[in-house]
Design a protein around this ligand. Structure first.
Ligand code: SF4
Ligand code: SF4
Length: 337
């Protein structure tokens, strides 16, 4: 049986500093409107960063919600920077005025933002009906680029926008916007079933990525970070997937800390290992609750027996779990024992 060595600390941590957000994207798993309890205080969050550093974590990604809506965001980012972390930021970029851009550029080499459509009207609608959101995002991006930061653009792709991936990439393309990323929509609630990409749509996404890489040279990197399980597509496309997929690191190179201090394998997972208010970061990372990851028992039986396991690694491991939790049946070999 294949065993995977878990390192003594994750390489990077997705630190969700708040559930709050000024957008209401239909696909968001954060459910910003619902309170999940008191988020970590400034002191608790700084103590957590200290513990992560002691444990040997290399990189911290500030995520949310919208991290810039947290009043002490810069205090936390400065603390992380002082500790020597490689720090990153996911933001919708709409709250970046000139002062914020100055402060960000003093701390972060780059940020990752989100574009959902090639036109302002459609993007504004998809982020929950927020007029001006697309233009504010573009202005925020331009402000940080002017100050020398690099920008990564992520598109959450679903049935309503997968055909315009190339157009979105073209609208966002400019020097300094160096990475274009596509993630497939993951069901956050049963009402989103009609937006899940099927095989024909996923194949079209791969074709769009190939075209973007060829025709838009300002992008140094074009990525598909939520890997597609090989068995979801016909075998003749597996080599294409191998070229695009980035193997899932959940539970090995990566964990997530929620705004309330819960440690889970990744932001999509509700598999709670424990809470940082009750145990230190290292103790949680070394908890026996991770044993299923060492023996890859967190993957379905079909994956554990699969000859493609080494390169496929089960795809995005929580993608299908979210579908199942929403009453959807994934159409992959993965689910046949
Ligand atoms: S069974 Fe699992 S490892 Fe095999 S191709 Fe499907 S998702 Fe990948
Ligand atoms: S489960 Fe999916 S979203 Fe989570 S780390 Fe793995 S690939 Fe990324």
């Amino acid at each position: 049986m294949l065993e995977i060595i878990r390192p003594s600390a994750p390489f990077y941590v997705q630190f969700e500093v708040t559930d709050a957000c000024n957008h209401r994207c239909f696909f968001c798993y954060n459910e910003a409107a619902k309170s999940r309890g008191a988020q970590l205080s400034t002191d608790e969050a700084k103590r957590l960063l200290d513990q992560m550093r002691e444990a040997g974590v290399f990189s911290v990604n500030f995520n949310g919600g919208e991290p810039l809506s947290r009043p002490d965001f810069f205090e936390l980012a400065e603390h992380a920077k002082t500790l020597g972390f490689d720090i990153h930021l996911n933001t919708n970029a709409t709250l970046i005025d000139d002062d914020t851009a100055d402060r960000l550029a003093g701390l972060f080499p780059s940020l990752c933002t989100s574009a959902l459509a090639a036109t302002p009207e459609k993007h504004d609608k998809l982020v929950g009906g927020v007029p001006g959101a697309f233009m504010r995002m573009q202005a925020g991006v331009n402000r940080v680029l002017k100050r020398g930061m690099m920008v990564e653009v992520n598109v959450c792709t679903f049935k309503g926008n997968y055909q315009e991936l190339f157009d979105i990439a073209a609208v966002m393309a400019r020097p300094g916007v160096h990475v274009f990323c596509v993630t497939r929509y993951i069901m956050a609630s049963p009402t989103g079933a009609d937006q899940v990409l099927g095989v024909p749509e996923t194949l079209e996404v791969l074709s769009s990525l190939e075209r973007i890489k060829q025709e838009l040279p300002t992008y140094n990197e074009v990525k598909l970070p939520g890997p597609v399980p090989y068995c979801e597509l016909p075998p003749e496309h597996h080599a294409r997937l191998q070229a695009w997929n980035t193997p899932c690191q959940a539970g090995y190179g990566l964990c997530r800390i929620s705004p309330q201090g819960d440690m889970t394998p990744c932001p999509l997972s509700d598999h709670k290992i424990g809470n940082i208010r009750e145990q230190g970061f290292s103790a949680l990372w070394q908890s026996s609750r991770w044993d299923s990851f060492t023996h890859i028992e967190h993957l379905p039986t079909a994956c554990r027996k699969c000859e493609d396991l080494q390169s496929c690694r089960g795809g995005c491991i929580y993608y299908d779990d979210c579908l199942v939790a929403c009453g959807h049946t994934p159409q992959t070999r993965k689910w046949i024992s």
